[in-house]
Design a protein around this ligand. Structure first.
Ligand SMILES: Nc1ncnc2c1ncn2[C@@H]1O[C@H](COP(=O)(O)OP(=O)(O)OP(=O)(O)O)[C@@H](O)[C@H]1O
Ligand code: SF4
Ligand SMILES: [Mg+2]
Length: 308
């Protein structure tokens, strides 16, 4: 998948929210890419835009090429018929809390198969996918309130995988789970990746991402400000925001107290021109009031005046 200059704006009370601003990145077959950034920076909007599942008040432009197909140019029906859930699916943020309480798990799987006109054997497809996420068929007769959070999240992952997509966008797949269940879900995602799935994983948790991704994009106020191989970005971060983000992770042997990053990201309703990190950056210079250049790094890019 290659995403070029993706822009998403929401119209809200006659104002434009610039939620995703000229984002570009690529993800190869069987690769995992992480998107990290603080709350409200546009991570979910970005994922939903790829699946063309944004709310009606969103306007999208740019290009997304998936397996040589320009998916933003497809009609809605073509996209639903060829791509959504069959080629690209999504583990929606907080989805485990949205399982319908009045239907059994089996019924909810069947709804997905019906919606996507699945012609094969429903029972077989459901049993296979349930077992691939480490659950047994006995869960199918249960209602959501009868199963644990970890089981619910496995069900949600199985639902995303039931039509055997090539790529899954996982939006905060471990948030709100306790650490042991988080670890189990990560083991599961790693296994799925080993079996050939490409995963775009969205998380505010850099530790979680470091376990699974090969590449990472750091998002700030709607923009990807740094992108590259995981090792490069973690061991040699270039953008002052990436440096601050990595520095905020507590280390077990550290005696010095962390200094939190001061201030807040700018409003996405009327973001300032120039670098959006300007107000919080310890290296801010006069020229940073102009849009920062995109500088090539060893495995990706950084958007910052420090390197030009
Ligand atoms: N339907 C909508 N209409 C208007 N604004 C929206 C809409 N959905 C999201 N936004 C705004 O777009 C921006 C990006 O939101 P988004 O949910 O993509 O952020 P996020 O990075 O996923 O945050 P979090 O980490 O809290 O999940 C936020 O300012 C949010 O308030
Ligand atoms: S462009 Fe300037 S203000 Fe922005 S991160 Fe780089 S040095 Fe800081
Ligand atoms: Mg989100």
């Amino acid at each position: 998948m290659s995403v070029k200059d993706l822009v998403v704006q929401y119209i809200n009370n006659e104002k434009l929210v610039h939620a995703v601003d000229h984002v570009s990145f690529s993800c190869k077959e069987n690769e995992s890419v992480g998107i990290a950034g603080e709350s409200g920076c546009g991570k979910s909007t970005f994922g939903l835009a790829i699946l063309r599942s944004l709310q009606k008040n969103a306007m999208v432009s740019g290009q997304i090429i998936f397996n040589d197909m320009p998916i933003l140019d497809m009609t809605d029906s073509e996209f639903s018929e060829k791509i959504r859930w069959k080629q690209i699916s999504m583990i929606f943020q907080g989805a485990m809390n949205s399982l319908d309480p009045v239907f059994t798990i089996k019924k909810q799987f069947e709804e997905i198969l019906k919606k996507h006109n699945f012609n094969g054997d429903h029972q077989k497809a459901i049993s296979e996918i349930i077992s691939s996420v480490g659950l047994s068929d006995s869960i199918l007769a249960k209602y959501p309130h009868e199963i644990s959070g970890g089981m619910k999240q496995r069900v949600i992952i199985a639902m995303a995988l039931i039509l055997k997509p090539k790529m899954v966008i996982a939006d905060e797949p471990t948030t709100a789970l306790d650490v042991l269940v988080q670890a189990q879900i990560m083991v599961l995602l790693k296994k799925l990746k080993k079996d050939g799935l490409s995963i775009v994983i969205i998380s505010h948790d850099l530790g979680i991402l470091s376990e699974i991704v090969e590449k990472i994009g750091i998002m700030y106020a709607g923009q990807i400000v740094e992108f590259g191989n995981l090792a490069d970005v973690y061991n040699n971060p270039q953008h002052p925001y990436t440096i601050a983000l990595l520095d905020s992770i507590p280390k077990i042997d550290e005696s010095v107290q962390k200094t939190p990053l001061k201030g807040n990201p700018p409003s996405l309703i009327d973001p300032p021109s120039g670098c959006r990190f300007y107000d919080r950056c310890p290296h801010a210079m006069e020229k940073c009031k102009k849009d920062p250049p995109k500088i090539e790094t060893s495995s990706g890019f950084v958007m910052c005046w420090l390197y030009s």
